[in-house]
Design a protein around this ligand. Structure first.
Ligand code: FBP
Length: 348
């Protein structure tokens, strides 16, 4: 029962205009919604808090990166051959440390680590994370993000980590989300019961519910694809991009997956990173980039595919597996992938 804090003499505390309500804090929201969750014993709640805490530290460092020599590359490459930026490495350390200390995560898969990191604890969860997405935009002060996928381990807690714990399909995620370090910093996540967005209030050091129950428009007029690679697009992709132009859709491509995804989630739209001559399997990583956003987009009423198959059904064979990625408004993704089935039917 909602406790009323009114009495006849004072204006309604809840609705007082003198002290505008700042909304529901993330901690409170997690607590209030914990019962929704199948394994509601507080571990996932603590894990979400650990992610929120690490993101606040990373946010602080991203905001002052230019002042504390955090711009530029560290001079090493990750196993995907990407030049590691200082902030990539820093964010990876911050999230790994927070999750190790939290004790809820037994194994961590990261874009910045060749193999999974065994955190040697009795944690029930496995996390896959892109600590800093949009690395090419770090030095130019364009929005970047963090992406995370959470799975329940399958082998008994406290026993050695096995492939069955690590190589899980996206449809087995128990929670997923992202942090957007943009004009404001937001944490958006799902535990399979809808999608909620929280905005960071830096003077209070806390996230507050700002976008409850986010829904993606079924249709949109924005398409996001790097047309710089258009010469090596396959026919179905070229045909869909031409369709978008014929419809006078607006082209928007920030080059940070989280930022492009978030805009389209809010306004309706489609983001495509297809297989190209340069990246015949696609560029983006299934485990710590695409599965998380596919879970979020489906929970918000959108769709995610690799052109042939629902992303969440794609079987994972290795940690840094790449995939083509079509994600966004349901009707737009359906239209985009219809060009694939047209090609297929011609070849049958
Ligand atoms: P990382 O920065 O984490 O490697 O992510 C990949 C990414 O930067 C996405 O954020 C972005 O959408 C895409 O690659 C941009 O790729 P490209 O420059 O080839 O269009």
């Amino acid at each position: 029962m909602q406790r009323s804090i009114n009495n006849s003499s004072t204006p309604s505390i809840e609705s007082s205009r003198i002290a505008a309500s700042i909304g529901t804090a993330l901690d409170r929201f997690i607590k209030n919604n914990q019962a929704q969750f199948q394994y509601a014993s507080g571990e996932l709640s603590q894990l979400l808090r650990d992610i929120a805490l690490a993101s606040k530290v990373v946010n602080r460092e991203v905001n002052k990166a230019g002042l504390i020599d955090l711009m530029g590359a560290v001079g090493s490459q990750n196993m995907a051959g990407d030049e590691q930026q200082k902030l990539d490495v820093l964010a990876n350390i911050r999230f790994t440390r927070a999750l190790a200390k939290g004790g809820e995560v037994c194994a961590l898969i990261s874009e910045e680590s060749d193999s999974f990191v065994d955190l040697n604890n009795a944690g029930q969860y496995v996390i896959a994370i892109d600590p800093l997405d949009g690395s090419s935009n770090i030095d130019v002060n364009v929005s970047i993000g963090t992406i995370f996928s959470i799975y329940r381990r399958k082998s008994p807690a406290g026993t050695p980590i096995q492939d069955i714990d690590i190589l899980q399909k996206g449809s087995e995620q128990v929670a997923a989300g992202y942090v957007l370090y943009g004009s404001s910093t937001m944490l958006v996540y799902t535990t399979g019961h809808g999608v909620n967005g929280f905005t960071y209030e830096p003077t209070l050091g806390e996230y507050f519910l700002s976008h409850p129950n986010m829904k993606m428009p079924e249709d949109g007029k924005i398409y996001s694809v790097n047309e710089g690679s258009a010469n090596s697009f396959t026919e179905p992709v070229k045909a869909y991009v031409q369709f978008c132009k014929d419809q006078n859709y607006t082209a928007r491509y920030i080059g940070s997956l989280v930022a492009d995804f978030h805009r389209n989630l809010m306004k309706g739209g489609i983001y495509i990173y297809p297989a190209t001559a340069k990246d015949p399997q696609g560029k983006l990583r299934l485990m710590y980039e695409c599965n998380a956003l596919a879970f979020v987009v489906e929970q918000a009423g959108g769709m995610a595919s690799n052109g042939m198959e629902r992303i969440l059904n794609v079987r994972l064979k290795e940690l840094h597996q790449r995939t083509a990625f079509y994600v966004g408004s349901k009707n737009m993704v359906e239209k985009a992938i219809s060009y694939w089935s047209a090609v297929e039917s011609k070849t049958d």
